[in-house]
Design a protein around this ligand. Structure first.
Ligand code: ATP
Length: 318
């Protein structure tokens, strides 16, 4: 077929195909930690709650079979502390998915846009892995069946980043029991720290605090589940808990003042999110701005966000 006079006769080069997916951050409404297992993990019983704070992953097909990544914040500024090689959970997700899907020759470039704090106890790396799985599956037209299996291999929090909503997690957190829809959104003020905390260091601090007493078999208080499923915010506020809190406050003593400041400003409750140092304050919507202003003034607080939950799991954007 010939084009109009003067048109280039060069072969048509299609634009590189890109797919974007998002995945949410999580808060642990209850995090109960049991004994250290022989594999180095602790037995957990937790209630996950996904919130509307998303990382985005754009997967672009590239020739040559390489899997590469770039990581920037919401303003396009590179984010320190995130590996740019196979240690990056989004890269690992793409590599494992193509292996599991029998398309090992596919190359992809992953552009991660982070809103979830790095090493903030909100499972940002796991969100990136879940978003990369969804984006790459769409890009490569692969079967969705392996996604859950690959997610469980990638890390304890990745299966929940795929499903979102609210769920009880047991084992290392990877065995999920989805909870019924929460009728009314919950409002949270998040206090983000300038520097993250290493999750292994927090668990090591907990082991040291506990000494020989390794903790009982962890169980979730079912009153919390009832309060969550019925949106009984008052009861929920009284039942939030985190076994890692003492260890996190031991490593970052100033967080205790921030927790107190948020509670004094009218939060129903405040807790350390996962392994910290992010703090999550459960608030009534009309008090969010007041609580946010109070915690923003505290030393060590780098940013404050007002978010709601539950949020859906990883999904394509657009
Ligand atoms: P965890 O999920 O281990 O409890 P976290 O939620 O506190 O951790 P993440 O932001 O997931 O924090 O990062 C934990 C570590 O994982 C980081 O310090 C970083 O070295 C590594 N990491 C690997 N891939 C990513 C990624 N895509 N985004 C952020 N961190 C990543």
């Amino acid at each position: 077929m010939s084009g109009p006079p003067g048109a280039s006769t060069a072969p048509f080069a299609p634009a590189a195909r890109s797919v974007t997916a998002r995945a949410p951050a999580k808060i642990n409404l209850s995090l109960r930690v049991g004994a250290l297992r022989p594999d180095g993990y602790h037995t957990l019983a937790t209630v996950f709650h996904a919130v509307h704070l998303d990382d985005l992953v754009t997967a672009t097909a590239v020739a040559g079979g390489e899997v590469t990544v770039e990581v920037a914040d919401e303003h396009g500024v590179p984010v320190p502390g995130v590996p740019l090689d196979e240690a990056n959970l989004a890269v690992r997700a793409a590599l494992w998915l193509r292996e599991a899907s029998g398309v090992p020759e596919r190359g992809v470039h992953l552009a991660v846009r982070k809103s979830i704090p790095v090493a903030g106890g909100m499972a940002g790396g796991s969100a990136d892995a879940a978003a990369a799985l969804v984006a790459c599956a769409e890009l490569w037209g692969t079967d969705l069946d392996p996604l859950a299996r690959v997610a469980a291999m990638l890390g304890s929090d990745v299966p929940f980043a795929l499903t979102g909503g609210c769920a009880i997690g047991t084992g290392r957190g990877e065995h999920l029991e989805t909870l019924s829809a929460v009728p009314v959104p919950l409002h949270w003020v998040l206090a983000l720290a300038g520097t993250g905390l290493s999750t292994p260091a927090v668990y090591a601090a907990l082991d040291e605090l506990r000494g020989a007493d390794q903790g009982a078999e962890p169980r979730i208080d079912l009153r919390l589940v009832t309060a969550l499923e019925r949106s009984l915010v008052g009861a929920l506020g009284m039942l939030l808990d985190n076994d890692l809190e003492a260890a996190v406050l031991g490593l970052r003593p100033a967080l205790a003042d921030t927790l107190a400041a948020g509670r004094q400003a009218g939060a129903r409750a405040g807790l350390v999110s996962g392994s910290g140092p992010t703090l999550a304050f459960l608030v009534d919507a009309h008090r969010a701005a007041t609580v946010a202003r109070a915690v923003a003034r505290q030393p060590g607080v780098a940013d404050v966000r007002h978010v709601t939950g539950p949020a859906p799991g990883a999904a394509l954007v657009g």
